[in-house]
Ligand binder design. Structure first.
Ligand code: UDP
Length: 339
């Protein structure tokens, strides 16, 4: 098949003249999701046209990087001659593409990566049952976030730190991760961009002896941090999130990433985490009231690196999940629709 993959088009925060690529230069969950899906489609022999990420270096001759990042440019390409060979449009842009502006009869589906209702619910696939329920839907397909093991590093020997990797925001639970690490008597490496300075200041005030804030990481540094950690902490909180709705963790890219590196996950039960963390780690309550015994017991009882990686590969391998999407593409081509 010829698949047009549309990522959410975002400019690099540090250089507005460039786009975030696939895979991304640093922090960017959706771009990693698209990267792993693209790898899966290539492994199945499909051809991909990538929109929304100009500047991406194509992973193979089967990938065409379309020079369209602006929303109008993406719509123009999808309505132009270049798109006439496309069999199906798979849209990860979370509302940048309006399906009603596509050519009549063009096969289309989207994958939702935000909290709350998708802007265009037609043919929308969700990353978890919790995310789907929050969107008020109980019929749409659910496909987990995939991971291509070749893009990650497995390590069986771990260092003694816990890791927080992501945007340092209230709803992502960096503060609770610091509280957990303090109770467990472990150092917490905090990696990611910080756009809420007051929040970071609160973490440093309360847990300055526990946290080691290293800023945003990419490339080898990111893989090294993930693969050496005793555990990844994903203590997402059901507090008010960025889109005016209570945060329900949609799919959590870092869970499959950690697991494929053999790093177990300590997660809250918020959103998708209650569904996916038990396969590769331990769920602990929301909030920051962890006792020393509880936190140390959780760390001591985590599954081992080989078991965690095996579980990740069984459920979230990029080829396994690309096959699930391939089946949905065939359904859409056969005329199936859902909202
Ligand atoms: N990430 C990164 N560098 C950082 C922090 C995060 O590359 O300094 C990546 C991380 O590996 C993951 C993504 O950014 O792929 C965050 O995605 P997630 O779904 O966990 O969070 P969200 O998209 O909700 O912020």
């Amino acid at each position: 098949m010829r698949v047009a993959l549309v990522t959410m088009a975002l400019r690099l925060p540090t250089d507005q003249s460039r786009w975030i690529t696939v895979p991304p230069q640093g922090y960017a969950g959706i771009h990693w999701v698209v990267s792993n899906q693209l790898d899966g489609l290539l492994a199945l022999g499909h051809e991909v046209f990538l929109l929304g990420a100009p500047g991406t270096v194509p992973a193979s001759p089967a990938v065409t990087v379309v020079d369209a990042g602006e929303i109008e440019d993406m719509h123009a390409w999808l309505n132009g001659p270049g798109a006439s060979v496309v069999d199906v449009v798979h849209d990860f842009s979370c509302g940048q593409i309006d399906p009603d502006r596509l050519p009549e009869g063009m096969a289309y589906l989207s994958t939702h990566h935000l909290t709350g209702r998708p802007k265009y619910p037609r043919n929308c696939v969700y990353a978890s049952y919790a995310q789907r329920a929050q969107a008020g839907n109980d019929v749409a397909p659910v496909v987990r976030i995939s991971v291509n093991p070749a893009r990650y590093t497995f390590r069986a020997e771990k260092d003694d730190y816990l890791l927080y990797l992501g945007r340092i925001s209230e709803w992502k639970g960096a503060y609770q991760a610091a509280a957990f690490a303090a109770a467990a008597g472990r150092r917490l490496v905090v990696a990611g961009p910080s756009w809420e300075e007051d929040y970071l200041a609160r973490i440093l005030r309360d847990f300055g002896d526990t946290v080691d804030v290293v800023g945003e990481v990419g490339a080898e540094r990111r893989l090294d941090l993930i693969s050496r950690a005793t555990a990844m902490t994903v203590l997402s909180q059901s507090t008010m999130g960025p889109w005016g709705v209570v945060w329900c963790e949609p799919g959590s890219t870092v869970v499959s990433e950690a697991a494929v590196c053999g790093t177990p996950v300590i997660g809250s039960p918020n959103g998708c985490l209650a569904e996916i963390v038990p396969h590769v780690g331990t769920v602990v309550p929301e909030g920051s009231a962890f006792t020393r015994e509880q936190a140390r017991g959780v760390v001591a009882g985590l599954p081992g690196p080989h078991a965690v990686r095996a579980a990740a590969l069984e459920q979230w391998d990029h080829v396994v999940l690309a096959k699930e999407f391939e089946a949905i593409y065939h359904d859409v081509l056969a005329g199936r629709t859902w909202t």
